[in-house]
Design a protein around this ligand. Structure first.
Ligand code: BMA
Length: 206
């Protein structure tokens, strides 16, 4: 059972006929270009959540002085984004807490983990105990997605796919995964939760 709401409007594209992968890429990736706001060097590793009739996100935008910061954005379809050119403003009573050092990789995380071997960032899935989430029940040994497309292999940091958020439609089990590619742009990948969990159980190495 998927604990969540039916969300028929999440971004979605069916698995291509020739593809047997559990998780597949959106054919129009990357969905967010590195310069989608004027000052950005790169926009990646970003979090997305349902918001009103559409979606809201917190985007990691590194600027052209390579300062890392986070920006709010909104979308009707989860694919086309209006990202605020100004970073999110933090108002704190304690100036030290509000001071900008690094702000990056915001995420609303649901069961999708990143793993790394030091050279290549791929991602798989893990099932965690609901009450004791530090207990890993299953973890995929094979990756679900690894850097293979040009926009994942070439960029400011080559060979990185880095998921930070997923949207789900509880009625159908469809999952849309947002991921950073090569620390430069943002992509989308899709899967069915039932298939991901079945693959997880059959290919687990904890
Ligand atoms: C990690 C984080 C991520 C980044 C990844 C690959 O340590 O810094 O933001 O995507 O490295 O460079």
């Amino acid at each position: 059972m998927i604990a969540g709401s039916p969300r028929p409007n999440i971004p979605w594209e069916e698995r291509p006929p020739a593809c047997a992968d559990v998780v597949w890429r959106f054919s129009r990736n990357p969905i967010i270009a590195r310069d989608a706001i004027p000052t950005a060097n790169s926009i990646f590793n970003s979090a997305v959540v349902p918001f009103g009739d559409g979606f809201a996100g917190v985007f990691r935008c590194d600027d052209r002085a390579r300062r890392m910061n986070i920006h709010a954005g909104f979308s009707d379809d989860g694919m086309h984004w209006r990202i605020n050119p100004r970073p999110i403003e933090f108002r704190c009573h304690d100036a030290e807490i509000g001071a900008l050092a690094y702000r990056y990789d915001p995420r609303v995380c649901w069961g999708v983990l990143t793993s790394c071997n030091g050279f290549v960032y791929s991602f798989g899935a893990a099932l965690l105990d609901l009450d004791q989430p530090w207990k890993v029940i299953y973890r995929t040994a094979p990756y679900l997605l690894s850097p293979q497309m040009l926009y994942e292999c070439v960029g400011d940091v080559p060979n990185v796919v880095f998921p930070c958020a997923a949207l789900t439609d509880a009625a159908t089990g469809r999952v849309a995964i947002y991921y950073g590619a090569a620390d430069t742009v943002t992509g989308l990948a899709f899967g069915y939760l039932q298939e991901i969990v079945a693959f997880l159980k059959e290919n687990s190495q904890v």
